[in-house]
Ligand binder design. Structure first.
Ligand SMILES: Cc1cc2nc3c(=O)[nH]c(=O)nc-3n(C[C@H](O)[C@H](O)[C@H](O)COP(=O)(O)OP(=O)(O)OC[C@H]3O[C@@H](n4cnc5c(N)ncnc54)[C@H](O)[C@@H]3O)c2cc1C
Length: 382
């Protein structure tokens, strides 16, 4: 068994890379173990862009966390001297009675977040790329934008490693055990067994198979990202004038999009709701005609200039909880093991702050951040 560590982090994707970074800032002896190479495309954190926004329609409880996440992304950017976040402004579009708009307004009002509410006519001159129905409105927030996920992960890993974190790639964890006394864990890979005082499990869509004994209902769903060549006016999708958006139509699934992240790139769109259940080993990575039909029927009449040929498409996985809120909590039997899972397709923007929270839990078994909404015990039958 190799010399003891303070904390072992299993899975160095979005959440694990940020956790290793925050632990390394606290001068902790940290070991990070990852099954694949840094910033790989087999989990949930690839595809060039992830939306970040503040007026959180899902629940106002996320707002303080996302504000802290912005601060931490900025700190990371300064430390690594490389851009990770681009502000484009953001639109949430839908009927004023539906959850997207009412939820954004609720969060914005509770936390005094700057925003504009635009009707279909105002949208036509301010953002002519979008064709709203007469009964739809758009909630606009200036501070929304997108993160570069692969770059964020690499920055977290690079800065953690510079501070002495021991990060090992292409070394999947096969099993782990925790002592009943509440202190100490053993983690075994093909190469060896490691010992530490605490363990953080941040294995994304592999959660259900990695922690099968814990009764938390987490499922995985297949998602497809499409990069489309605009049918006309490609410059209208430039990040300087095309904001990130989420659209909740009265009929059909919620969908989202991001501008071109590079001069020679194309805008990206995807469907947020629905999706076929899968596992990381059964996911169908081949893009089919149904996938393309779904995205075309979402955008055809709503963003007509975007409905051009597919330049690229890729699959990815959401790890869902039944209420679509995260799980960030101690293992129900082992307080020295922290679990981060079920980010339900909206977790990336928080990964900087989730890393900070998980390093609190690993070091002190408590955090000053309010994570009551993410308790694992909410799923336990009383
Ligand atoms: C198409 C798509 C679009 C999205 N859009 C947004 C968005 O716009 N905004 C937003 O905030 N969020 C978005 N999300 C959600 C966000 O990307 C995820 O919530 C987040 O990336 C999850 O991070 P994670 O660390 O849990 O998982 P991952 O980043 O997948 O990390 C898990 C890691 O664990 C490793 N691992 C697994 N098993 C083992 C093992 N046995 N040993 C060692 N390592 C192991 C894996 O290799 C992987 O690297 C989107 C997700 C998808 C799929």
């Amino acid at each position: 068994m190799e010399g003891a560590f303070d904390v072992i982090v299993v899975g160095l994707g979005a959440m694990g890379s940020a956790t290793a970074y925050h632990l390394s800032k606290r001068r902790t002896k940290v070991l990070g173990l990852e099954a694949f190479i840094p910033g790989h495309d087999k989990g949930s954190s690839h595809g060039e862009s992830r939306i970040i926004r503040q007026a959180y329609f899902e629940d106002p409880a996320y707002v303080p966390l996302v504000l802290r996440a912005y601060e931490l992304w900025d700190e990371l950017q300064n430390e690594s001297n490389e851009e990770n976040l681009t502000i484009t402004g953001g639109l949430a579009i839908g009927s004023p009675q539906q959850g997207l708009i009412t939820g954004c307004l609720k969060s914005a009002r509770k936390y005094g977040l700057e925003h504009d509410l635009l009707d279909a006519r105002e949208m036509r001159w301010r953002f002519p790329q979008f064709a709203l129905a007469d009964n739809e409105v758009a909630f606009y927030e200036k501070k929304a934008g997108y993160l570069r996920p692969e770059e964020c992960i690499r920055q977290h890993l690079r800065c953690a490693s510079k501070r002495g974190a021991d990060l090992r790639f292409e070394e999947p964890v096969l099993s782990w055990t925790a002592s009943q006394s509440g202190d100490g864990v053993n983690v075994t890979t093909e190469k060896q067994t490691y010992h530490a005082r605490s363990l953080v499990i941040s294995v994304g869509p592999w959660f259900a198979e990695f922690v099968p004994t814990v009764s938390m209902p987490v499922t995985v769903s297949r998602r497809v990202m499409f990069w489309l060549k605009p049918a006309s006016q490609p410059s209208a999708f430039d990040r300087r004038i095309f904001p990130i958006f989420i659209w909740e139509p009265e009929q059909g699934p919620m969908f989202y999009g991001c501008p071109r992240t590079r001069e020679d790139g194309d805008p990206k769109v995807g469907i947020h709701t629905g999706g076929e259940e899968c596992t990381p080993s059964t996911i169908d990575r081949v893009i089919n005609a149904r996938d393309e039909m779904a995205i075309r029927s979402a955008i055809r009449s709503r963003i007509p200039a975007l409905n051009g040929e597919v330049s690229r498409a890729a699959t990815c996985m959401y790890t869902m909880t039944p209420d679509e809120h995260f799980i960030i909590d101690a293992h129900p039997e082992y307080p020295q093991v922290s679990l981060a899972a079920g980010f339900s397709g909206h977790g990336f923007k928080f990964s900087s702050v989730v890393g900070e929270i998980l390093s609190d839990l690993a070091m002190m078994r408590e955090t000053s951040s309010d994570i009551a909404l993410f308790s694992g015990s909410r799923f336990r039958v009383q």
